[in-house]
Design a protein around this ligand. Structure first.
Ligand SMILES: Nc1ncnc2c1ncn2[C@@H]1O[C@H](COP(=O)(O)OP(=O)(O)OP(=O)(O)O)[C@@H](O)[C@H]1O
Length: 468
């Protein structure tokens, strides 16, 4: 069996112990030490670090096994190292803070199914041969989530669809609502701290509060450094007070990366202090409004809570732009991005509307053929035709169907009408016959007609938007 040394900087951390392949020996062996640096490998006699998962500025995360459970339950062992050379009183503060934050994490993990359970927290004093002093290490052991972080998914697949982003956003907001209502703030929401279990469930990982504990001991007056650049809002970057809305900003920054497939430095214009993400994605108006409200630089103007963001997401688009009740931003520490003058009408991208029109026309032609074939040229078939067309337009507008769905749906309908439609009964189309080619011809003509109307409509629409 392989055990991984947790001493930072150990030059040969991988240790192989063939005798530990035997489960009975693994359960009873007293201790094993790193063959390179002498660090004890079986932590508090129980947890076995097996593999390094990642190393950050505050320590490292290891995949571990719990040898006190029958199946050697997998777990994640997180190691935090207080920054700098701390004096004895500073180290004491670090210990107290770490303990307090671990208690908060224990409660959150126990009570919320989408926050990993905390199994153990402990500190370890290990002699350091080169300094002749004891090194102190802090460990948290928590539930292993068998899945992938959104960062891994993002690097593999690129941008997410709008519905995937909305799912992630809503799930995280619900978890944050619980976290905030319990008096905690995550402080470090980002792609690598959101995980999707293999069963699809979203988890929130890595509460920065524990990092805060180890850092704050070094500089009790500052909260600097407990954030990730690109995700953290101005108040956090400036080392100021953090609020629940600090987490909302970071979550929205995460979502715009997922929506656009771009890194935050491509989406944020530091010169004008504004987000430019809408140049790379055209989500529904409601989602765009909510994300923009979460991304406001001034915390007093930002959506104030996860509950407010969830409510805004299920509100009608116009309601989402209403600013939250907040104190006036007179003495605001940060500059809010300039409010863009928006047209009273929603954006209507030309390419999207032409695609939609082509699809609607194509489908309209096919549905007309099917209905006339089945019901004849009656008021009933006309009424059905209008209802079905209305549903199609609405489904596109609400983005229930979009992009590749349109092509698949058009192909499926075309196949059904072409192969199974009783076309010969359509008196209006008898002249054209019921062959496959004629169906295609009719559908294309229908599509082109609607495209022409859509172009005219778009021109008129733009004209009205400009006047308004
Ligand atoms: N509870 C967990 N279950 C499964 N994997 C985890 C868990 N916690 C962390 N990981 C994995 O370990 C990796 C490293 O975690 P860690 O929190 O140390 O780093 P990070 O979040 O990438 O960096 P930083 O410390 O800068 O925030 C994560 O990216 C994730 O893949």
């Amino acid at each position: 069996m392989q055990l991984h040394c947790t001493r930072p900087g150990c030059s040969r951390p991988t240790n192989v112990f063939p005798d530990l392949d035997d489960a009975a020996t693994l359960k009873t062996v007293q201790q094993k030490f790193c063959t390179n640096c002498g660090m004890p490998l079986i932590l508090v006699g129980r947890y076995l670090p097996v593999r390094l998962l990642g190393r950050g500025g505050f320590g490292a995360a290891f995949l571990g096994r719990d040898r006190y459970t029958p199946g050697f339950r997998p777990c994640v062992i997180k190691q935090f190292q207080p920054s700098g050379n701390l004096s004895a009183p500073q180290l004491k503060i670090a210990q107290d803070l770490f303990e307090r934050e671990a208690e908060a994490l224990e409660q959150l993990g126990r009570e919320h199914p989408q926050i990993p359970d905390l199994f153990a927290f402990f500190e370890l004093s290990v002699a350091n041969a080169s300094t002749q002093q004891d090194d102190k290490f802090f460990y948290l052991v928590q539930e292993f989530i068998d899945g992938q972080t959104l960062e891994e998914e993002f690097l593999r697949q690129g941008k997410f669809s709008e519905s995937e982003v909305v799912k992630v956003l809503k799930e995280c907001l619900k978890i944050l609502k619980f976290v905030h209502e319990n008096g905690s703030i995550h402080r470090d929401i980002k792609l690598s701290n959101i995980m999707r279990h293999r069963n699809g469930r979203i988890y929130l990982l890595d509460f920065g509060a524990v990092k805060y504990a180890t850092k704050a001991a070094g500089n009790a007056n500052s909260s600097t450094g407990i954030y990730s650049i690109g995700y953290a809002p101005p108040e956090q970057m400036a080392g100021g007070q953090v609020y629940p809305s600090t987490d909302l900003y970071a979550l929205a920054a995460t979502c715009v990366m997922l929506l656009t497939g771009k890194q935050h430095n491509e989406l944020f214009d530091a010169y004008s202090n504004t987000w430019k993400w809408q140049a790379f994605a055209t989500p529904s108006r409601l989602l765009a409004q909510v994300l923009d409200q979460m991304l406001l630089a001034n915390p007093s103007q930002r959506l104030p809570s996860a509950q407010a963001a969830l409510a805004a997401l299920s509100a009608k688009p116009a309601a989402a732009v209403v600013a939250p009740s907040a104190p006036p931003p007179a003495a605001a520490p940060v500059v809010a991005p300039p409010v863009r003058r928006k047209s009273a009408l929603p954006p209507f991208p030309l390419v999207e509307s032409l695609g939609g029109a082509l699809f609607t026309g194509f489908e309209g032609g096919l549905i007309a053929i099917a209905l006339v074939s089945l019901l004849g040229t009656t008021w009933i078939s006309g009424g059905f035709w209008l209802i079905l067309l209305g549903i199609l337009v609405l489904a596109q507008r609400l983005r229930v169907i979009e992009k590749i769905d349109l092509v698949i749906l058009a192909a499926v309908t075309f196949g059904i009408v072409g192969f199974f439609g009783q076309l010969h009964r359509a008196s209006a189309f008898v002249a054209l016959g019921s062959s496959f080619i004629n169906v295609l011809f009719l559908a294309i003509v229908g599509g082109l007609a609607v495209v022409t109307i859509a172009i005219l409509f778009n021109l008129i629409y733009k004209l009205i938007s400009r006047i308004l």
